[in-house]
Design a binder for this molecule. Sequence first.
Ligand code: SAM
Length: 357
Amino acid sequence: MSLRERLIRDIVEGGPISVADYMMRCLHDAEDGYYATRPRLGPGGDFITAPLVSQMFGELIGLWAVQAWLDAGAPAAFRLVEAGPGDGTLMSDLLRVARLRPDFLAAADLWLIETSEPLRREQHLRLGDGPKAPKWAAALEEVPGGAPLLLVSNELLDCLPVRQFVRTPSGWAERMVGVDAAGALAFGLAPRPELQGPANAPEGVVIERSPAQEAFGAALGARIAVDGGAALLIDYGRDAPGPGDTLQALRAHQKEDPLANPGQADLTVHADFPAVLAAARAAGSITAPILSQGEFLARLGLIQRAEALTAGAPDRADLIARQVERLVDPAQMGVLFKAVCVHSPDWPPPAFDPETA
Ligand SMILES: C[S@@+](CC[C@H](N)C(=O)[O-])C[C@H]1O[C@@H](n2cnc3c(N)ncnc32)[C@H](O)[C@@H]1O
């Protein structure tokens, strides 16, 4: 039975499911979920991410990590963690740069937080023979405490599911996935009069709440409050609370109806950075003001790194220039993508401005 058939059967038997539950089934269903069975990253796959655009992305994050560790007094032991490492490219580029500081590598205990078995295998292939052997965990809670946390993550929050709420003439309702009269998956609404939505929201407006993103922010905030450290999260998303339906399905680099092919497309939403950071602060950590990806990479020296690469390979000058443009151009990834940091007072994060609130 396909995932679509099982979803339809379950909805007919148990009633409509929330958008968050639909995302979880599509991404993580053991038999047919996108990440559980067929994640396809890269130009020949379904979507491309910043580490796959250019090695410069992971290299600059490597410099950021080494500098953060130095600024924290170069602790003799810390957990170096990547959450949602995909095919391992970012960590591979980070570790190549980190070789410049053997004491950083010696102090690091490397963990990868990954739920996808196919991607764990790719990470093992890419990183298994590297300078630091990784260990795997399915959640932050499985990474041992007792040492500062230095965590990096690119495009994880956008996979963590959201619930969607719609303003109707009779109050707030939750957008649900049900089955229509023709027996196909279809969106519908379930009344949620108890929802405290923004006052004066116009009819038809959609707001999203992600308990899973907030739980991740809270877990990071709580861990860092106890053990110290810094967590760098990069993703596409909003930097201020606001409405909008951001659910998107991508297959072979094309957008498609999120209900069209359950499990066969990547489903994403925008990261709700204000909510993630508020959860981290409520759990006891500090958060730096949000930066655009373009600004963050510029502060880390993207242009200088591109010039150095170009000097070493003049025949690749056009390609490197296009990669820089893709990462920082406001019309491409430069503004929609943002960098945020959760940290402890003794780990002031490089490139970020101090907390203002
Ligand atoms: C969009 S990919 C990004 C991969 C990589 N960071 C990159 O930038 O190329 C999302 C990654 O998060 C992982 N992932 C998705 N949901 C997860 C969860 N709930 N817990 C941990 N990892 C998850 C996926 O398996 C994948 O490795």
